[in-house]
Design a protein around this ligand. Sequence first.
Ligand code: AMP
Length: 186
Amino acid sequence: MLEHNTSGGSQEIGQSVDFKSYCRDVLDFPKQGIIFRDITNLLKNGPVFMMAIDAMALPYKDTMVDAVVAIEARGFIIGAALAYRLGCGLVPVRKQGKLPWQVYQAAYDLEYGQDHLEVHQDAVVPGQRVLIVDDVIATGGTAAAVIRLIKEMRGKIVGAAFLAELTALNGTEKLLGIPVFSLIKY
Ligand code: AMP
């Protein structure tokens, strides 16, 4: 069932895979009251990881995407694989102070206080078509900050893709009508 189909048929197989069953719920991590959706068991299973990426790429097969904009840190894992699958570039959005060149910066809310995300100012040129990618969308605050960064660079956002969405938190409402694809919904 989980065999790697080298003819490119893994999307078909992927439709019958219960991806959620490869994610682990970790209670009270990183703090009391949070259910952490741990994707490491999905990632370590080669055929399942491949089918997950294929299934995430499928909605964009007829969409022109110049670059995946991936969010540190787990977003890099999903984003890099998806960019390879789509044959497009990868733009890293990083935590404050990690990127070496001139950056744009956007604040986003943490439970207590704020943090900042940064992107190189020349990462996206005006009019380029980008897809935002992260592992999980929860409140949507992180992805909303990335939207502000892309708008500053005058990129065109064609969508946002997540391995998992925590639907009860209504995070997609913060994404200003951008089309969202989530492989797994909680
Ligand atoms: P948010 O800004 O609230 O949408 O949070 C999204 C970011 O926080 C993503 O980069 C996720 O990796 C991480 N995150 C938030 N909540 C969870 C959770 N319950 N399980 C795993 N990761 C989470």
